[in-house]
Ligand binder design. Structure first.
Ligand code: G
Ligand code: G
Ligand code: MN
Ligand code: NA
Length: 250
């Protein structure tokens, strides 16, 4: 009944599961990487959306613990995957805004990489525009250190917050992810032009651009025509349990 109480238990008992959704090259449909997405099917509460429990976790001061749990799970699976698979693709982990400004973020990730012998090039991070609003000194330090080590950083849900182009330049991230709401709006002329503008800006400042929530072939065709080469969505694959994705690919 009590989400807070159940969330503590879920974290202790590892009831949160990491799922993966492929990021694909839109021209070939071939996966170039994955995004890690949490799923919580609680025995008492039933399915709880990450939108809800991440908010609760932030209020409880548990967001960093949850991010770290996802990072550990992802590194563990990358290690195993590199032992049995010829090709290992990078996995993007969503980092909560408050956590991205913590001094311990970078060392935590480097320590995992060292102890698991998994190269940092196999980890990407996604942060929402909220991080841009509160662009403290620590956020900039973390970004710089991460990118020097080969960790790519994307701005998630681009366009839904208060994105400022000057911030994006200053922060020097690697990619922006066009929010699903914009992809949905491409059925209108104006929506299409808006996505065209976002893609043009990204290309102009040398950022990769990845479209989210692609469900229809027409959306994929339009995006490719606009110069967007990467995407994610149910048209290609729904998120699935990490072990199923990485180890049952026969
Ligand atoms: O997977 P789904 O569409 O239900 O995700 C909804 C939202 O929850 C998305 O904004 C997604 O970024 C966020 N989310 C999913 N998994 C995680 C996670 O592991 N960490 C954080 N911080 N957010 C996540
Ligand atoms: O905000 P973020 O990008 O981290 O979250 C992505 C969320 O969008 C995930 O929860 C994922 O399940 C969801 N998602 C991914 N592709 C699609 C899609 O094609 N359609 C819908 N409705 N949701 C999607
Ligand atoms: Mn994301
Ligand atoms: Na998003």
């Amino acid at each position: 009944l009590d989400v807070e109480q159940r969330l503590r238990i879920a974290l202790e008992q590892q009831l949160l599961q990491v799922f993966l959704q492929p990021k694909v090259s839109l021209d070939s449909g071939i996966a170039v990487g994955y995004e890690a997405l949490l799923r919580w099917a609680d025995p008492v509460l039933g399915f709880v959306s990450p939108v809800e429990f991440i908010k609760v976790a932030e209020c409880m001061g548990l967001a960093t613990s949850i991010d770290r749990y996802v990072l550990r799970t992802v590194f563990k699976n990358l290690k195993r995957s590199s032992e049995v698979n010829a090709t290992v693709l990078p996995i993007a982990v969503n980092i909560t805004s408050s956590h991205f400004g913590e001094p311990s973020l970078v060392d935590y990730i480097i320590d995992l990489s060292d102890s698991m012998a998994v190269p940092l090039e196999l980890i990407d991070l996604e942060v929402t525009e909220g991080v841009l609003l509160d662009m403290g000194e620590q956020v900039q330090k973390n970004l710089k250190k991460l990118r020097e080590r080969g960790v790519k950083v994307s701005i998630d849900d681009f366009g839904t917050g208060y994105s400022s182009l000057s911030y994006i330049r200053k922060l020097a991230v690697d990619a922006i992810k066009i929010d699903k709401s914009f992809v949905d709006d491409m059925q209108n002329e104006t929506g299409c032009q808006l996505v065209a503008a976002i893609v043009a800006i990204a290309n102009a400042v040398n950022l990769d651009v990845i479209a989210e929530g692609i469900e229809h072939q027409e959306q994929r065709d339009t995006l490719l025509n606009l110069g967007c080469r990467l995407g994610q969505g149910f048209l290609y694959a729904k998120p699935e349990f990490i072990e199923t994705v990485l180890f049952n690919n026969d």
